[in-house]
Every structure is written in structure tokens, then in C-alpha cells.
Design a protein around this ligand. Structure first.
Ligand code: DAT
Length: 167
């Protein structure tokens, strides 16, 4: 048992490449947690918001479950999530925010997601308005926050950048 994992938060607007990069980091031997999968599989939500097309997260119980999980692991844990601010801040070593040029993000969302037009527009707007960056800046010190542009780097290059940040 070890109660002090070092959390690397991998966050950003849907479509920026979090899942892709997390899968590469997993292949390279890192422990990975998809917060969204964790929330869905453990039923840590109140219901579904049909307007925003997303689950309504029970933040209190998510945080409790995360603390339970953290008490069983050690080393680096990469948590991939759009809603990074839920993760208990005291364990967070670095926050990596993937960014993407709006045009490229729109193309990815249109090609790979079954989102409505409204949801795609909402995500593009969120990226332009830097919502993830602002949400993390409200909680974490600036020196822990690193932005990487996924429009100009391949998933492999991004994974390597993250490994060099960790080490
Ligand atoms: P997220 O998990 O942030 O929602 P994703 O990993 O599912 O995003 O990626 C969305 C799509 O974009 C996916 O089909 C792969 C592609 N993609 C991800 N990162 C990329 C990159 N750096 N360059 C080009 N395409 C990328």
C-alpha cells in the first residue's frame, strides 16, 4: 500500500487527443485512468443532461472513489479527463492541457464523433474561449500547467513530450 501517487492530468476539450495520447502512454508502461470511463463504469453520476449531451457527475462521490483508488497505488498515474478540476489537487504533479486549432478540432469532431452540430459548436467555442485552461488556472499554480498543441504534433510526439516533462 502506498498513499502518494503522482498524478499527471491530461486534459483539454473533447477531440484534442487525450484518449489517443493516453493509449500511447499506456503502451509505454504508464498507469492510465480514463476518468470518464471510471465515472460511467462505477455509476458515479446523477443522470444524463440531454441538452449538453453529457452525464451529470456526482463530484463528491467521484472524489471519494479517487482517494480510495489513490491509497492503493504508487508511482505516476496519468488521468485523462475533460473535467480535470474534479481530481483532488494535492496529488497532482502536472497538468497537461492539449490544445487544438479550432478548424482542425471541428474536422476531428465531425469525422470521429457522433455529436450533434450544437455539441460540436459548443466544443469549438469552449476551445476558443480556453475553458479548460481557465478552469485549471483557477485551481493549480501556473508552473504546474503545460499546454501542448495537438494540431502541430503527432500523438507520438506529444506522448514523448509528456514523458520528458515527467522525467
Ligand atoms: P479526446 O480523447 O481528447 O476526445 P481523441 O483522442 O479521441 O480525443 O482524438 C480525437 C480524434 O483525433 C481521434 O480520431 C484521433 C485524432 N487525433 C488525436 N490526436 C491527434 C493528433 N495529435 N494529430 C492528428 N490527429 C489526432
Amino acid at each position: 500500500m502506498n498513499s502518494s501517487p503522482q498524478i499527471i492530468l491530461l486534459t483539454g476539450t473533447p477531440g484534442v487527443g487525450k484518449t489517443t495520447v493516453a493509449a500511447l502512454l499506456h503502451q509505454k508502461g504508464f498507469q492510465i485512468l480514463s476518468l470518464n470511463d471510471f465515472i460511467i463504469s462505477d455509476g458515479l453520476y446523477f443522470g444524463f443532461d440531454y441538452i449538453r449531451e453529457s452525464v451529470i457527475i456526482d463530484e463528491e462521490i467521484v472524489q471519494k472513489k479517487l482517494l480510495n483508488l489513490f491509497s492503493t497505488i504508487s508511482g505516476y498515474l496519468i488521468i485523462e479527463s475533460h473535467a480535470a478540476e474534479i481530481v483532488p489537487a494535492e496529488f497532482v504533479h502536472h497538468i497537461i492541457i492539449l490544445r487544438c486549432a479550432p478548424k482542425i478540432l471541428r474536422a476531428r469532431l465531425e469525422q470521429f464523433r457522433k455529436y450533434s452540430k450544437a455539441k460540436i459548436n459548443e466544443n469549438i467555442q469552449a476551445e476558443i474561449m480556453e475553458e479548460c485552461l481557465i478552469a485549471t488556472q483557477e485551481i493549480f499554480p501556473a508552473e504546474k500547467i503545460i499546454q501542448i498543441d495537438s494540431s502541430s504534433s503527432s500523438p507520438d510526439e506529444i506522448a514523448e513530450k509528456i514523458i520528458s516533462i515527467i522525467s
